[in-house]
Design a binder for this molecule. Structure first.
Ligand SMILES: NC(=O)c1ccc[n+]([C@@H]2O[C@H](COP(=O)([O-])OP(=O)(O)OC[C@H]3O[C@@H](n4cnc5c(N)ncnc54)[C@H](OP(=O)(O)O)[C@@H]3O)[C@@H](O)[C@H]2O)c1
Length: 354
């Protein structure tokens, strides 16, 4: 039996994880959380909002699936890593914001960190068992979102509903907007850096509209291993929940005879500057990735609320990053302060509502 705590049980990842848990008698759901929606009776221990640490202490899970959206997922990530409890991580924002602190907690705790993000699950699988010095580079694929191929002018008036219709993945609203701006791929770039210990210049992002290839790893002998599958998050969720067994899922195998389109192209960094800004924040290090994430969360919320234009998201993040200190955080308190500083910087740059 594996005792599972599911954080963010009401979300897109959370609901798909429940489906996997229900199909596996050896997975026992011992605790569940949501942000505000009711979840009474979903698990023996439940909590709505707040810090999940006490709930996790009482639940004594073997595995925490962190499917909370945003910086709010940080305490659960740090709790699991510090306690040596296996962490299945969908909440990329916590690793982006607190990469060094999280890895230090993992070193102390000694537990497993299993990525749930499809690109990172794919990369993890391609890398598994390979000596690091044989790895040349990692390639993360991006669908390009609903606005792939458009110019900046064509994006000036797009509305939240346009940005919320993703071509290949069905996800929560925040990550869907991040996919439309390519901020999601920027967050994933930083996430990959921390997860796999690979420098930024050896992590490439490539647009692949059909989302069949989730990631590739290039090796020093010229070979590249790729991970393919239909875009369905139940595969990486199941992989993390049942690791290392790789249990069966209801997802159909690739139908190669039906024909597959495997196109690849460079991302358009002029139209989608958030990917460039994320790379820069990652390379600068310190609390710049935390600030990137915080400013982006503020800007996305403002866009969804109709307070900011689509192109204004990147402008807000760029301006906020230019105004923050960015020096490294020695502890959680300093990191939370850096997050707050970046949020305030982004808020101050939002258009005034009249
Ligand atoms: N969806 C995908 O396919 C996908 C793929 C890869 C990675 N991810 C990552 O997985 C995470 C979850 O994404 P999602 O699409 O599942 O998001 P979502 O559908 O918006 O669900 C978010 C979950 O987090 C909870 N939550 C929100 N604010 C919270 C807070 N302040 N404290 C505690 N819980 C809170 C929500 O509870 P309420 O319902 O009560 O608000 C909900 O259960 C994100 O980090 C995303 O980047 C998602």
């Amino acid at each position: 039996m594996k005792r599972v705590a599911l954080l963010g049980a009401t979300g897109s990842i959370g609901k798909q994880a429940l489906e996997i848990v229900e199909a596996h008698p050896e997975l026992e759901l011992v605790a569940a959380t949501s942000g505000s929606q009711p979840i009474d009776g979903l698990a023996p221990l439940t909590q709505i909002g707040g810090d999940p640490a006490q709930l996790l202490e009482r639940a004594e899970p073997d595995l925490v699936l962190n499917a909370v959206v945003g910086f709010a997922g940080l305490s659960a990530t740090l709790w699991a890593l510090e306690h040596g409890v296996t962490l299945a991580l969908a909440n990329k924002e916590s690793l982006v914001a607190a990469g060094e602190l999280a890895l230090a907690a993992q070193r102390r705790g000694g537990g497993l960190l299993l990525p749930v993000d499809s690109e990172h699950s794919a990369t993890f699988q391609c890398l598994e068992g390979r000596p690091p010095d044989t790895v040349d580079s990692i390639v993360l694929t991006a669908s390009g979102g609903p606005f792939r191929g458009r110019t900046r002018d064509e994006l000036a008036d797009v509305q939240p509903l346009d940005a919320l219709s993703h071509p290949t993945w069905n996800m929560g609203p925040k990550i869907t907007i991040d996919s439309a701006t390519l901020a999601n791929k920027g967050l994933e770039l930083i996430e990959a850096h921390f997860l796999f210990g690979v420098p930024y210049e050896r992590i490439e992002v490539i647009v692949h509209p059909t989302s069949i290839v989730h990631a590739l790893v290039r090796f020093r002998d010229g070979a590249a291993l790729a991970h393919l599958g239909y875009p369905d998050m139940r595969v990486p969720i199941s992989y993390a929940l049942t690791y290392p067994e790789r249990s069966a899922t209801p997802v159909r195998p690739l139908d190669l005879a039906a024909g597959l389109t495997l196109e690849f192209a460079a991302p358009d960094l002029e139209t989608f500057p958030l990917l460039r800004l994320a790379r820069r924040a990652g390379e600068l290090g310190g609390t710049y990735p935390c600030a990137f994430n915080a400013a982006n969360e503020v800007a996305v919320a403002a866009f969804l609320a109709g307070r900011l234009s689509f192109l204004g998201i990147a402008d807000t993040v760029e301006d906020a990053l230019a105004g923050v200190d960015g020096s490294p955080a020695g502890d959680l308190e300093e990191l939370v302060a850096a997050d707050a500083e970046a949020r305030a910087a982004a808020e101050s740059r939002l258009p005034v509502v009249t």
